[in-house]
Design a protein around this ligand. Sequence first.
Ligand code: ADP
Ligand code: MG
Length: 260
Amino acid sequence: MDHDGQALERLITKKVLPNVRMGLSCYEGITKRDVVEAYESCFRREGGPDNERIQYLGILKNTFANADVFVEKATKSDHPPRLIGCGFRDFVTSDKKQEAAKNHILEVVQTKDSSAMVLMYGNPGTGKTMLGCAALWYALTGGGTARYTTVSKIARDVRSTYRRDSSKTEDDILDAFISCKLLFIDEIGASLGTDHERSMFNDVVSGRYNAKRPTIMASNLGIEDVKGALGDRLVDRIREDEGSAAIPMAWVSWRGRKTP
Ligand SMILES: Nc1ncnc2c1ncn2[C@@H]1O[C@H](COP(=O)(O)OP(=O)(O)O)[C@@H](O)[C@H]1O
Ligand SMILES: [Mg+2]
């Protein structure tokens, strides 16, 4: 086996096969088939043009070298580990409503300087967290900062600065939520928790609105409850701004679906 072949083999045994899912969405342009074909081409078939091997090796090296960096960034930005590396291509759609929901979120991240506020709402298991995380991964692999959070996590992070030995201030924490390129606030509940949680949530969301940065939110509540939780001002913003929308995720839970 030539030098490139050995390097590729190392890559595959060490990284590609255990992390195959992660690599798939690392660049939207690379599919599982690309990885499998590269593998087949280099090891299963005898011979094959050298330049083809080298090209595959280049793709794989870049993909998986960057994958490590992106995974580290995502981990530091609180992305749920089970969804790190999950991209839009992993979100399976079986009807127009699902397609529309996916495309709307995709458009938010693809639109340069989008300041959209998007709310996904619907029953548990309908893919809200997954789509939000696909958006984060897209923004992150595009070189931006993309954070996952929840209402209670924002408040918890802020509260941690009230300790006397804290090196950060409340403003540091809020600024970090406000200044990242994309923020996904998951698990918006009926009451938004305590007054403190509500107030910190409002500071972050208004801050992002004023800074014209996009925010994606998700809630398991029905539309009336979620409107009550968010308050009239935010609901108006979701209604009126370019690209902003409340997206109903009204289909059966992925967990409970019947597979043919
Ligand atoms: N359209 C879909 N395609 C592929 N997997 C999906 C889809 N929708 C949901 N899932 C999977 O189902 C599970 C529940 O989805 P999740 O995003 O956590 O739902 P929600 O946040 O709406 O409760 C996850 O493992 C997720 O990856
Ligand atoms: Mg969820």
